[in-house]
Ligand binder design. Structure first.
Ligand SMILES: [Zn+2]
Ligand SMILES: [Zn+2]
Length: 151
């Protein structure tokens, strides 16, 4: 019997989860300006009504795809949103296309959807999901502070 499935949450993790459930103010999840930097291949930038500017790389977004299949896959592999898959050791390096979308479109007034070059497009990135996973320097630093450094 493997005990891999058993996970004991540390106090920090519990605090972080509680933080994630706290509702965000409307101005924090209402975008003022959305820039999908397709041509540059850089990623997504959003200016929120509360004045915060968020940024994500396309690689992060693809690895943080919020569709049911990707969430399940990450759970199975023990990856966090945005964390890339472990690369299998290969004798010959395989060609991998750049991680970026061919296009992106708004979904109603609440989300964004990407049509990734690898053919995947099931993920609906809600403003709330994006804001909660803001990858700007300030937010990633703050997150690292709260959860501490692993190992
Ligand atoms: Zn997905
Ligand atoms: Zn941020």
């Amino acid at each position: 019997m493997s005990h891999e499935g058993i996970r004991i949450a540390t106090r920090e993790e519990t605090a972080k989860e509680a933080e994630a459930e706290r509702p965000l103010p409307r101005i924090a999840i209402t975008p003022e300006k959305v820039r999908v930097l397709l041509t540059e291949g850089k990623g997504l930038e959003i200016d929120w009504v509360d004045g915060h500017r968020s940024a994500w790389s396309f690689v992060w977004l693809r690895n943080g795809c919020p569709c049911a299949t990707c969430i399940e896959e990450r759970k199975t592999e023990g990856r966090k949103a945005g964390q890339p898959k472990a690369k299998p050791a290969e004798l010959l390096p395989m060609y991998s296309p750049p991680v970026k979308p061919a296009s992106a479109q708004a979904v109603g007034r609440y989300a964004l959807q990407f049509n990734w070059l690898d053919g995947h497009s099931a993920g609906i990135y809600s403003w709330e999901y994006l804001r909660r996973s803001c990858q700007c320097r300030e937010c990633t630093f703050a997150a690292a502070e709260t959860i501490g450094t692993p190992n």
